[in-house]
Write a protein that binds this ligand. Structure first.
Ligand code: DAH
Length: 337
């Protein structure tokens, strides 16, 4: 009986060779150990044996079963390791190959100007504030002392969404919002962002553009603070040799109000002036509406057009260049900041 079992094991050994696939090995396993397998069939013999012989026979069968299992699974493992090694071999990386060259983008010129302003003013201790682009009439106009008959309130000058919400026409409403939440504390902020007006688009106008607002409120803020701040900003942006000229102007939210020109030297060596922003001392009505006692507090504010700065700084001839995403234009700003 033992010989019979040994023969079965031996017959498997004869069938094993290196060329067998995983599938072949599985078929062999079924042929020997499956429900109708060669070794399994030997189990039937047990019934014919005496109680004395049964355990011995059972032990032989078990040993044979283990021998067969081990042989087949060893060969399976060998094949799996071989396949894995082949795969690893195939996937080795040649570290000396040249790398992939990813195309790097660049910052948009309007982002460059905005970040430059932020850096400058953060260095002076200002905070950067934000406000919603969809603004309430209350903040865009009312709290900025823009009377109800002000032309900007006309439907044809602004994008109204409902009767009292519109796309903000300037960044000035951020002043009002900030004052409201500062609850009488001193303020020093700049607030850059997008603004909208119903201007037909052409070389110098865009229905959407960017501004940066500035607001400082404290006790004893004077016009001299405004002037030195504007001069510092102009020199930071355009160069230390520049100077500024203030012209009296009118804005409902400042009194007195000025328009600010920056000097430049023409090709002929003449000093000329170019207007860059509006500014002034915060109007007492604006202070009061924002929760500040105008007899105790004073402040200055300014509003600067981001596109205008970029146009002057980088000599751009058409404001629409900023919005059309032409790579020939945008690629020129690689590495500027
Ligand atoms: N909001 C003004 C505009 O859009 C710009 C401006 C002028 C803002 C004077 C100010 C300021 O804060 O003081 O034309």
């Amino acid at each position: 009986m033992k010989e019979q079992i040994d023969l079965i094991v031996k017959s498997l050994e004869d069938k094993m060779h290196d060329g067998l696939s995983l599938n072949d090995l599985e078929s062999l396993r079924v042929a020997y150990l499956g429900k109708n397998g060669l070794l399994t069939a030997q189990m039937a013999v047990i019934k014919t044996l005496s109680n004395e012989d049964k355990p011995k026979f059972g032990q032989w069968i078990n040993e044979a079963k283990q021998a067969i299992e081990t042989k087949i699974s060893d060969q399976k493992n060998f094949l799996l390791i071989q396949a894995m090694n082949a795969q690893l071999e195939k996937e080795t990386i040649d570290v000396s190959l040249p790398g992939l060259n990813f195309k790097k983008g660049s910052l948009h010129p309007l982002t460059i100007v905005t970040q430059d302003l932020e850096d400058y003013f953060i260095g002076l201790g200002y905070k950067v504030a934000e406000g919603p682009e969809l603004e309430l009439d209350k903040y865009n106009f009312e709290m900025m002392n823009l009377a109800s008959d002000h032309p900007a309130r006309e439907m044809h000058d602004s994008f109204y969404v409902t009767t009292n919400t519109l796309l903000r026409t300037h960044t000035s409403p951020i002043q009002a919002r900030y004052m409201e939440q500062a609850k009488g504390e001193p303020i020093a902020i700049i607030a850059p962002g997008k603004t909208y007006r119903r201007d037909p688009d052409d070389r110098t106008h865009s229905h959407q553009f960017m501004q940066c607002e500035g607001l400082v409120i404290d006790k004893d803020i004077t016009f001299a603070h405004l002037k030195s701040t504007l001069l510092g900003m102009a020199r930071h942006i355009f160069g230390a040799e520049r100077t500024i000229r203030l012209r009296p102007s009118y804005f409902p939210f400042t009194e007195p109000s000025v328009e600010v020109d920056v000097s430049y030297i023409t090709a002929e060596g003449k000093t000329e002036w170019i207007e860059v922003l509006g500014a002034g001392m915060v109007h007492p009505n604006v202070l009061e509406m924002g929760g500040y006692d105008a007899k105790v507090f004073s402040g200055f504010a300014f509003g600067i057009g981001i596109e205008r700065i970029a146009i002057l700084k980088y000599q751009i001839d058409d404001i629409r260049q900023f919005y059309t995403n032409d790579l020939r234009f945008l690629n020129q700003f690689k590495g500027v900041l």
